[in-house]
Ligand binder design. Structure first.
Ligand code: HEC
Length: 146
């Protein structure tokens, strides 16, 4: 069972997680026990939640509707606790502010401007991810509406 969990985690990490250095991977293999007990950070949980919300927004926009207003709980990006390798430094704060400005524009969209504003907001997810957590970028790009 433990072995299964371990494999599942490797698959998860390689699909969606942030990139982990090779040496770290080897170190983690030695401490399998701890590895199995990995708990995602507050920010990781928030991001997964936000991903699901944006997926639903994309579907609504594709149907010609306006998406739901951005939920207040996501404002916690400013303070949510991060995994050890990341910090709320100035660059991170700037990307967060840019993202929220774009989300505000998205919330004030008309049916004519919503698709464009949605894509701009998703681009700002990607912009921040390029400087922090590159793993999920391919997945985030799939949110873009063609
Ligand atoms: C200000 C920077 C920033 C913005 C903006 C941002 N992210 Fe993230 N995201 C991160 C960081 C940093 C992590 C890693 C969190 C950690 O490890 O604690 C992360 C993690 C993730 C994860 C991985 C969760 C996992 O399972 O490991 C997903 C998926 C994700 N973000 C999607 C999004 C989406 C979708 C958006 C836009 C709607 C977005 N992010 C906007 C910085 C950002």
């Amino acid at each position: 069972m433990k072995k299964l969990n371990f494999l599942f985690f490797i698959v998860l990490i390689s699909l969606f997680g942030c990139e982990i250095k090779k040496e770290d991977m080897n170190k983690q293999k030695e401490v399998k026990e701890e590895f199995v007990m990995y708990t995602p950070s507050e920010m990781t949980l928030l991001m997964r939640d936000m991903f699901v919300f944006q997926e639903a927004s994309k579907k609504l926009i594709e149907k010609g509707a306006l998406p739901k207003k951005f939920p207040e709980r996501f404002k916690q990006i400013h303070t949510a606790e991060l995994s050890d390798q990341f910090t709320h430094n100035t660059s991170f704060q700037n990307f967060t502010n840019l993202y929220f400005r774009n989300i505000e524009n998205l919330d004030n969209s008309t049916k004519e401007s919503v698709k464009n504003n949605f894509n701009i907001a998703i681009q700002s997810c990607i912009a921040c991810h390029k400087t922090t957590c590159t793993g999920p970028i391919t997945r985030i790009k799939k949110l873009l509406i063609e």
